[in-house]
Design a protein around this ligand. Structure first.
Ligand SMILES: [Zn+2]
Length: 201
């Protein structure tokens, strides 16, 4: 991926109010997809951090689904903006945008690694035998998916249309437009929180 830093600006921090928020903008060209903007915000005073991804092409609120069946599917690219919800129904996993949710570009394998890390931490913290068993089941399924013995579906939904799954075989990924009803049910994380923050002031 070719990265190109466009500009760095300083603005007002939404958390501490100081003029110490560094805003960095970078463009990245993703094969089979196009150009995306990576935005990183970091406050030098209070440590507030936020990152996001903005697609420069037309943004359509959408759902991308990929059935992960072969090792080739593990290398499909996943663009996840801060407003995306990721679901893996077969594992009972749903990752919703939160106040500190970050944007990233990875592949399916990278998503599985992230899920694995979270499940391993959850397993260590719980004393509930049933929950531990559930964690073990998820971890073993992830290993089976990686070796091509098990199949899962990765779904990414973004009401702002800044997220996507990109496969070198285009027809492997199903893209659907989200309905107004579906958009209403999805969380948007930071953007939503900032909006509420602004409204109460
Ligand atoms: Zn600050």
């Amino acid at each position: 991926m070719k990265k190109n830093t466009l500009k760095v600006t300083v603005s007002k921090c939404p958390i501490c109010g100081n003029e110490t928020l560094m805003e960095k903008m970078t463009t990245v060209v993703i094969p089979h997809f196009g150009e995306v903007l990576l935005l990183t915000l970091q406050c030098e005073k209070c440590g507030f951090k936020h990152s996001d991804i903005i697609c420069t092409a037309e943004r359509i609120p959408s759902r991308y689904s990929l059935k992960v069946e072969t090792s080739q599917d593990l290398y499909a690219k996943v663009i996840r903006s801060s407003t995306a919800t990721i679901r893996i129904p077969e594992l009972g996993i749903k990752v919703e945008p939160g106040p500190s949710s970050t944007a990233f570009i990875t592949n399916v394998e990278g998503i599985l690694e992230r899920v694995k890390d979270v499940v391993e931490i959850a397993k260590r913290w719980t004393k509930n035998k049933k929950k531990q068993k559930r964690c073990d089941k998820i971890l073993s399924t992830i290993e089976e998916v990686k070796s091509g013995k098990e199949k899962i579906t990765i779904i990414i939904e973004d009401p702002l249309g800044n997220s996507a799954i990109i496969h070198s075989k285009k027809d492997k990924v199903i893209m659907e437009k989200l309905s107004q009803e579906e958009i209403k049910k999805l969380k948007t994380g930071f953007i939503n929180n900032t909006f509420r923050f602004a409204k109460t002031q």
